[in-house]
Design a protein around this ligand. Structure first.
Ligand code: C2E
Ligand code: MG
Ligand code: MG
Ligand code: MG
Length: 292
């Protein structure tokens, strides 16, 4: 039982903590099983160009539909997978499956679109990222210029010299590198110039605050300007409203991702919506994303 002295000085244990720990250990064991059975699937969310709204990338987002619990959010299971190193085996599946799917879409005619895959810091630490990515490209037949890796700002801050060098080598081979959730990791802006990156993905929190607060609006402007000066492409995450779309477009952001354009979709829906209509344009005249 939880013990509280009522003065709230030391609270070593509470029932809520117990519940959290039980849930954690339960999910950890379930995750072990799911990883062994490859019981996951990928959802794909388009990233479109602000000018013509053509799809440039699909971000692969991992989904876990648990037989009893139902959908479990990546924000809950990815950290557990990272802390247990299960992300290594899961991440192998994610990378292979993402590249395999994109190669299949390429062969079906969707040639210009790239696949964007989230890579965790744990994977960078335990895998030779260069060899690992090249092996997946070779095994799936996906060209290197059709792959983007998303690495969070907080991972970049902790990255070793060796990791940075491997990412640089991947870039030399045509792989695109994006810094994900930018603005949340407190890296100094000056380090941006030295990182082996091509794309900045500005975190959703800035987009959702920007039309409400001048402060966030200013920060967005500065990131956008700096990115452009450094020759980087800028993606705005989490664009939900047409006003946000117009705002980031005015700021010089090159591409947008968010519910306004499309929610993440199953591979079957992507195939149907994009390949059947034989076009990559998702977002005509500011109307609903997939209707054209
Ligand atoms: P992320 O990489 O920043 O991915 C974008 C997240 O924002 C996705 O959430 C996406 O569904 C959500 N999103 C996109 N547009 C909007 C919008 O307009 N409004 C709102 N409210 N949300 C939007 P999701 O799929 O739940 O993933 C959450 C995070 O979990 C990801 O953030 C990423 O950090 C992690 N994650 C997901 N899949 C993977 C994976 O395969 N590997 C790794 N290492 N991490 C993953
Ligand atoms: Mg991402
Ligand atoms: Mg992101
Ligand atoms: Mg994010």
């Amino acid at each position: 039982r939880a013990k509280s002295d009522g003065k709230g000085i030391f609270k070593v244990y509470s029932p809520e903590m117990g519940n959290k720990m039980r849930r954690y250990h339960y999910l950890l064991e379930e995750l072990r099983l799911a990883v062994a059975c490859k019981d996951f699937y990928l959802s794909f969310q388009p990233i479109v160009h602000v000018e013509d709204c053509m799809i440039e990338y699909f971000e692969a987002l991992t989904r876990w539909d648990h037989p009893i619990e139902g959908m479990i959010a990546p924000s809950e299971f990815i950290p557990i997978a990272e802390e247990s190193n299960l992300i290594l085996e899961l991440g192998d599946w994610i990378m292979y499956e993402s590249c395999r799917q994109m190669a299949a879409w390429h062969n079906a005619g969707m040639r210009k679109v790239k696949i964007s895959v989230n890579v965790s810091g744990v994977q960078l630490k335990h895998r030779s990222i260069f060899e690992w990515v090249m092996k997946n490209l070779k095994n799936t037949g996906l060209p290197s210029h059709s792959l983007m890796l998303e690495i969070t700002e907080s991972t970049f801050i902790k990255a070793s010299k060796g990791m940075i060098e491997e990412l640089e080598r991947l870039r030399e081979h045509g792989v695109t590198i994006a810094i994900d959730d930018f603005g949340t990791g407190f890296s100094s802006l000056s380090t941006l110039a030295d990182l082996p990156i091509d794309v900045i993905k500005i975190d959703r929190s800035f987009i959702s605050q920007a039309d409400k607060s001048q402060k966030y609006n200013d920060i967005l402007n500065i990131i956008s300007e700096l990115g452009q000066k450094l020759g980087l492409k800028i993606v705005a995450e989490g664009v939900e409203e047409i006003e946000q779309f117009e705002l980031v477009k005015r700021m010089g952001v090159s591409s947008v991702q968010g519910y306004l354009v499309s929610r993440p979709e199953s591979s079957a829906n992507v195939g149907n919506k994009v390949l059947r209509k034989n076009t990559g344009n998702l977002f005509a005249a500011g109307t609903s994303a997939w209707e054209i």
